[in-house]
Design a protein around this ligand. Sequence first.
Ligand SMILES: N[C@@H](CCC(=O)N[C@@H](CS)C(=O)NCC(=O)O)C(=O)O
Length: 223
Amino acid sequence: MPIDPHSDIEVTAFEWVPDFARTYVRDFRVRWALEEAGRPYRTRLISAVDRPQDYFAEQPFGQVPAYRDTQVQLFESGAIVLHIGSSCEALLPADIVGRTRATAWLVAALNSVEPMLMELATVDLFAAGEPWAALRRPSLVEAIDKRLGHMSDTLGTRDFLEGRFTAGDLIMAAVLRGLDATDLLARHANLAAYQRRCLDRPAYAAAIAAQLADFRADAPIAA
Ligand SMILES: N[C@@H](CCC(=O)N[C@@H](CS)C(=O)NCC(=O)O)C(=O)O
């Protein structure tokens, strides 16, 4: 889906991030949902090092993504994906059971999986070298492995968490990318294959390509 500068839908993303963060900035989730829904969008790019003060009125924490269309102005990638899904059956089934189950998986990804993976990122990346990080890692890895094991059992031989691809799979597969630098997902073959199935979707590739295309080459200078 080409970016359309005249679209009514606007996604706010960062104009530049360091190499290690590229393809991981959470606006890719929103871009992916819009690609799945076949909706063109325009981007507004802001500085990650010097956030515009008035941006905090739109995104209370100054983070990306933010989103707006003719109806709503939103923040939080999960809420935005649910909103896009609310008018797109490819993301959220029309029937109440399918819709609420997909929503439950989306919330589970953000609330029951992502916090653990964020803690692992702190231990392995942001606080690497701190003595407490090395002490925390083994029990954290054990807890993550156990949680993935339960999810692997629940998924079983299904292609997607609820049988067909939904917004719940989109956010779950996106969240599981937090394990890219580890072997933790590979320990659960059906889960690894499930994530690959999600990421092999053309809409995902288009979203990642669009995020990369939006980054400027040089780091902006902080004011
Ligand atoms: N829960 C939020 C998290 C957003 C978030 O952490 N965004 C990161 C980029 S991936 C960010 O803006 N980081 C800069 C900061 O926290 O100041 C969401 O899912 O939208």
